[in-house]
Design a protein around this ligand. Sequence first.
Ligand code: B1M
Length: 230
Amino acid sequence: MENIDEIDLSALSDDELVEQMHDDLYDGLKEEIEEGTHILLDRGWEPYAVLQDALVEGMRIVGIDFRDGILFVPEVLMSANAMKGGMAILRPLLAETGAPTVGKMVIGTVKGDIHDIGKNLVAMMLEGAGFEVINLGINNPVENYLNALEEHKPELLGMSALLTTTMPYMKVVIDTLVEQSIRDDYIVVVGGAPLNEEFGNAIGADAYCRDAAVAVETCKELVAEMRAAN
Ligand code: B1M
């Protein structure tokens, strides 16, 4: 028998649907998030608008209630999983610009840290802007970064951390690059909710980026500067 409480997402207005998607994200309903994402796209929404207004905003609300002890880890994991469902649909669309490679980045979340939603968002947005991105995933010790830099020879190294306990590891990576006399071969970009510009400067990064959109603009500028200097 059909569940009479089930909401017909396609019957909702855009605003109602976006609000419903925030609720569905909160409740970790992956299929509903995927359906809502498709509906907004079918209605002509830009993929970036779906990402920001429906998904990122929904995840922001989840974050507040997680911080305040209203939501707990298993629930937030469900939300993250639902968000990934929507992101999987948007990723190819955001990357579809057909723009030439404007730069290459090796990106990963640092050792001890398993948060990857924001990092994947940055990776996705960079791809959408024409960058080639090698995504190392989560929990990366310095060796992973070094091996990837050696193998892929990117202009950019990107590190993400979401915990105050893991953000100092970014300095370990940068110090290792200095020790190996290869620091100046790369543009090092860092980001993550607990970081700020002061921290980025203190650890010797080239740039701190507060969000994915800033990361794209900053990386474009820094790569252009590097190419102009060479
Ligand atoms: Co975690 N967690 N978590 N968590 N979690 C936070 C970060 C926290 C702030 C929640 C809170 O208390 N309010 C808190 C950290 C507190 C602190 O350190 N001061 C916290 C904690 C404590 C923990 C655990 C320790 C909880 C526990 O076990 N007791 C644990 C740690 C596990 C570990 O890493 N070792 C943990 C676990 C988890 C889950 C696994 C349940 C899940 C992660 C799932 C996943 O990522 N696959 C999770 C989640 C989802 C969150 C919150 C709710 C949301 C993070 C997120 O995805 N945000 C988060 C609260 C919050 O941040 N509001 C929280 C959405 C994302 C789009 O934003 O990641 O900030 P964000 O990325 C942004 C920018 O920061 C920037 O651009 C992105 C897009 O605009 N950015 C970059 C990020 N990386 C960048 C790199 C760049 C440039 C920009 O260049 C390279």
